[in-house]
Design a protein around this ligand. Structure first.
Ligand code: FE
Length: 353
C-alpha cells in the first residue's frame, strides 16, 4: 500500500517521464503551435482572452510584457532575429511610429477590413493596413464642479481661455496620449491655430506636468487644479473601485466629453500588428482576427473599461454606461499619429514639458 504522498510522487515521476519523451521526440510540441506576443496591454483581464484563443485554435500564446517604448526598442534591437509574431500597443502615435520604423508588415484580411472601421486602421496602400485598432478610449476633461461650469470647458479650444489660468493639470505634453490629442487638434484647427492654442494651454497649467492620468484626476479632487485631461478608462476604473479614497475622488469630480457640438471628442486606440519578421505569420493574423470577434471585442475593451472598435458590439460596463454616450471625432487615427512629430516641435517651442 502506498501513502498518498508516494502516489503523488509516482504520478509526478510518470508525468516527468512523458515530458522527457516528448522533449526528445518533439512531436507533441511540434503539434502545438506557439505565437509570440509582445504586449503593452498589462491588464490582468486580458488573460482570459488569451486562454480562449488557445482553446479555440490550439495555438499557445507566449507573452512578453513591456511598455510601448520598451517593446519598440526591443523589436529594433532584435531586428530580423526577433521572435515576435504579433504586437499590441496602446496608442495611435506609437502604432504610427512603429509603422514608420518598419517594425510591422501589411496584413490583407477580409475579416479585419470588414470588422475594424478604416478610421481605426493604419493607412492601406493596396497591400493592407499595418495595424488595426481593437478598442478605443476617449480623452476627456475631468473637472471640479465647485470651481468650473461644464460650459467653460465643453471644447478643447476653451482650455486656452485665459479665464482658466492656473487651473489645468496635465501629464507630460510629450506623452503619446497627449501627442495624439494635440495631433487631433492640429487636424481640426490647422497647425498655426493649434500651436497658438498649445501656447494658451501651457500658460494655464496649474503646475509642471508630472504623473499619469489618474494623478491628474486626483489632483482635481485635491483642489490642486480645476480641470484635468484624462482617458475615460482611468476615470471608469476609479468609478468601479471599492476604495473609499477613489469613491471620494469620483464624488468631487465630473466628466465632460469635449466638442460635442463640433468635431467630437478625441478618441485614441489600443491596437495590434503583425511583426515585420514574424515566423508564425498565419497564426498572428488569426490572433488579430480573433480580437475583432464579438466576444473578444467585448472582453478586450470591457476588461480595461474601453469601447469596442467593431460597430454594433455592445458592452455592459456600468461605469461607461454612467458616463453616457458621446459623439467621437471621425478623423482617422493614422492622420492623428502622423501629426505627432510636428506636435512635439510645437511643444518644444511653447514650453509644454
Ligand atoms: Fe493608459
Amino acid at each position: 500500500m502506498s501513502t498518498p504522498r508516494q502516489r503523488r510522487l509516482c504520478t509526478w515521476l510518470a508525468t516527468a517521464a512523458v515530458t522527457a519523451v516528448t522533449l526528445v521526440g518533439g512531436t507533441a510540441y511540434a503539434q502545438q503551435q506557439v505565437l509570440n506576443l509582445y504586449s503593452a496591454r498589462h491588464y490582468q483581464t486580458d488573460e482570459r482572452l488569451y486562454d480562449d484563443f488557445t482553446k479555440t485554435t490550439g495555438i499557445r500564446i507566449n507573452r512578453v510584457d513591456a511598455d510601448d517604448a520598451g517593446i519598440l526598442a526591443r523589436l529594433k534591437a532584435e531586428g530580423s532575429a526577433s521572435p515576435a509574431d504579433v504586437i499590441l500597443l496602446v496608442d495611435a502615435a506609437r502604432l504610427w511610429r512603429a509603422e514608420q520604423d518598419g517594425l510591422f508588415q501589411p496584413v490583407k484580411s477580409a475579416a479585419l477590413e470588414q470588422r475594424v472601421p478604416a478610421q481605426f486602421r493604419g493607412a492601406d496602400a493596396g497591400q493592407g493596413s499595418q495595424w488595426f485598432g481593437f478598442s478605443t478610449r476617449a480623452r476627456v476633461l475631468v473637472y471640479d464642479p465647485s470651481r468650473l461650469k461644464p460650459e467653460q470647458i465643453d471644447a478643447y479650444e476653451k482650455l486656452a481661455d485665459p479665464a482658466l489660468k492656473g487651473m489645468i493639470c496635465s501629464r507630460s505634453g510629450s506623452h503619446p496620449y497627449n501627442l495624439s490629442l494635440f495631433g487631433s487638434v492640429v487636424e481640426h484647427l490647422g497647425a498655426d491655430k493649434a500651436e497658438a492654442w498649445l501656447k494658451g494651454v501651457t500658460a494655464n497649467l496649474a503646475r509642471d506636468p508630472k504623473g499619469g492620468d489618474t494623478d491628474q484626476i486626483r489632483a482635481v479632487s485635491a483642489g490642486e487644479c480645476a480641470v484635468a485631461i484624462a482617458n475615460t478608462y482611468y476615470y471608469a476604473r476609479l468609478m468601479r473601485s471599492s476604495s473609499p479614497a477613489d469613491k471620494a475622488v469620483v464624488d468631487k469630480t465630473r466628466v465632460v466629453f469635449p466638442n460635442q457640438s463640433t468635431w467630437g471628442t478625441h478618441v485614441n486606440i489600443s491596437g495590434g500588428a503583425v511583426a515585420r519578421h514574424a515566423k508564425n505569420r498565419d497564426a498572428a493574423v488569426k490572433f488579430l482576427e480573433y480580437l475583432a470577434s464579438d466576444q473578444a471585442q467585448r472582453y478586450f475593451a470591457d476588461g480595461n473599461n474601453e469601447y469596442p472598435t467593431v460597430p454594433g458590439v455592445v458592452t455592459e460596463n456600468p461605469a461607461l454606461t454612467a458616463m453616457g454616450r458621446f459623439k467621437a471625432e471621425t478623423v482617422p487615427v493614422a492622420k492623428v499619429g502622423a501629426n505627432t512629430a510636428q506636435v512635439q516641435m510645437m511643444l518644444d517651442r511653447v514650453g509644454y514639458k
